[in-house]
Ligand binder design. Structure first.
Ligand code: DNO
Length: 364
C-alpha cells in the first residue's frame, strides 16, 4: 500500500506540501491542473511546475486525479474525436514526467453530489451529507448554486465552466440511455487505452458517487457487476478502476470487500473512506473508522493486505473537525487521522500474517 494525499495546488488548497510531507508514510501527491477547462490539452510547463513543487518536498506526482472527460465524449458527439486527441496528448505528456495512474470518471454532467456540505454532527464536527428526498425534489441549478455558495474555493466536479450550460446539457442527455453511455465509454477506451499502454500509464475510472442515477441522468460505474462489465470492455491492465469505498459504499448492497478480492489486480489506486447510510437511504461521511460508519474499513484493508496490494491509496473525504476551515471534505486533520487508522490496520494485518519466527524478530 503506497500512501498518497490529494493536493489542489498552490493558492487553491488550505493544506500545504509541508503539511503533507509530515503525515506519516505519505510519499506523493494526487494532483491535477484544476484551473484548466475540461477538454484542453495540458501544457508541459504547468505539469513540470507541479513536479518541481512536489519534489522540493520529497513527494512524487505518480497519481493524477483527474484528467476530466469532456461532455461531448460522454454524449458521443462527432466533436468527441478532437477532445480525445487532446486527452491522448495529455496522457503522453504525463507519461514523460513519470505519472503512473490517471483517475477520471464518466458521470454525465455532475461528478459527486451532496445536498449539504456542512451537516452538523452530534460531536460538533461537520461533514458532507446526502439527503435522498431532497435531491429528488431539487432543481439541479439550485444544487449547483448551493454547492458553490458553501465553499470558498471552486469544488472539483462543480467547475463553473462545466455548469455554465447546464440546461442545454440536460437537453443533450435526454436521448442518451444507459446503453448509449456504455457505448460512448467503450469508444473512449478504445482510443485512450492504447495510448496509456504506450506511455506506462494505467487509466483508473472512479465509481459514480452516489452509485445510482441522479436527476434522470444515466450512471454506470455503480456495482460489482457493472465494474466487471467495464473491465471487460477493454481487457488490459491499463484499463482499471479507482476503487472508492465511500462512493460505492453509499449503496449498502455493494460488497466492497468482495470487489477487492475480485478486481485487486485492476485497482492501481484506491480511495478509502467511510459513510454512514441511514435506513431511508440518506448518508453522511464519517471518520474512517469501521465502527463510525456502514463500510467495513477493517475488511477493506484486510482484503487489500491479503491480496498483497501494492497500489496507491489515499484517504478520502474527512469531516471538518477542530474548527478547521478548509475545502469541504478536504481538511488536513480528519484525513490525516484516517491515514493513521489505515496504517494501523495495515501494520497489524502485516504483523499477524507474519510467520511466528518473523514475529519474534519483529518484537525484538
Ligand atoms: C470527490 C472525488 C471525485 C473524484 C472524481 C474522479 O471528492 O472523489 O471528485 O475526484 O470523480 O474523476
Amino acid at each position: 500500500m503506497r500512501m498518497v494525499f490529494r493536493w489542489f495546488g498552490e493558492g487553491n488548497d488550505t493544506v500545504s506540501l509541508d503539511h503533507i510531507r509530515q503525515i506519516p508514510g505519505v510519499e506523493g501527491i494526487v494532483w491535477a491542473l484544476h484551473d484548466l477547462p475540461v477538454g484542453e490539452e495540458w501544457p508541459m510547463e504547468r505539469i513540470e511546475q507541479i513536479r518541481d513543487q512536489a519534489s522540493a518536498y520529497g513527494l512524487h506526482i505518480d497519481v493524477v486525479e483527474s484528467v476530466n472527460v469532456h461532455e461531448d465524449i460522454k454524449l458521443g458527439l462527432p466533436s468527441r474525436d478532437r477532445y480525445i486527441d487532446n486527452y491522448i496528448r495529455t496522457i503522453e505528456k504525463l507519461g514523460k514526467v513519470g505519472v503512473k495512474v490517471i483517475c477520471y470518471n464518466f458521470m454525465p454532467v455532475f461528478d459527486w453530489a451532496r445536498t449539504d456540505l456542512h451537516k452538523l454532527g452530534p460531536d460538533g464536527s461537520t461533514a458532507l451529507f446526502f439527503e435522498k428526498s431532497k435531491i429528488h425534489g431539487i432543481d439541479p441549478l439550485e444544487l449547483v448554486r448551493t454547492i458553490n455558495q458553501n465553499s470558498a474555493l471552486t469544488m472539483p466536479g462543480w467547475e463553473p465552466e462545466r455548469l455554465a450550460h447546464l440546461t442545454s446539457l440536460f437537453d443533450a442527455y435526454r436521448n442518451v440511455s444507459e446503453e448509449d453511455l456504455w457505448d460512448n465509454l467503450e469508444y473512449f477506451l478504445s482510443k485512450v487505452i492504447p495510448a496509456a499502454e504506450k506511455n506506462g500509464i494505467r487509466m483508473a475510472i472512479h465509481p459514480d458517487d452516489p452509485p445510482w442515477p441522479i436527476f434522470g441522468l444515466p450512471r454506470v460505474i455503480t456495482s460489482q457487476d457493472n465494474i466487471r462489465r467495464f473491465l471487460s470492455l477493454y481487457d488490459s491492465p491499463a484499463n482499471s478502476v479507482t476503487l472508492c469505498s465511500g462512493s460505492l459504499g453509499a449503496n449498502p448492497s455493494n460488497d466492497i470487500v468482495a470487489m477487492i478480492h475480485e478486481f485487486h489486480d485492476r485497482i492501481p489506486f484506491t480511495h478509502i473512506r467511510n459513510v454512514k447510510v441511514f435506513e431511508n437511504g440518506d448518508f453522511i461521511e464519517t471518520s474512517h473508522r469501521t465502527q463510525d460508519g456502514t463500510v467495513d474499513i477493517e475488511g477493506v484493508v484486510q482484503a487489500y493486505h491479503e491480496n498483497g496490494y501494492t497500489g496507491y491509496t489515499r484517504p478520502d473525504h474527512g469531516r471538518h473537525i477542530w474548527g478547521e476551515e478548509c475545502r469541504p471534505g478536504y481538511g488536513l486533520y480528519d484525513r490525516a487521522l484516517g491515514i493513521m487508522y489505515l496504517w494501523g490496520l495495515w501494520d497489524a494485518y502485516k504483523r499477524s500474517a507474519a510467520a511466528p519466527s518473523q514475529l519474534k524478530e519483529a518484537v525484538q
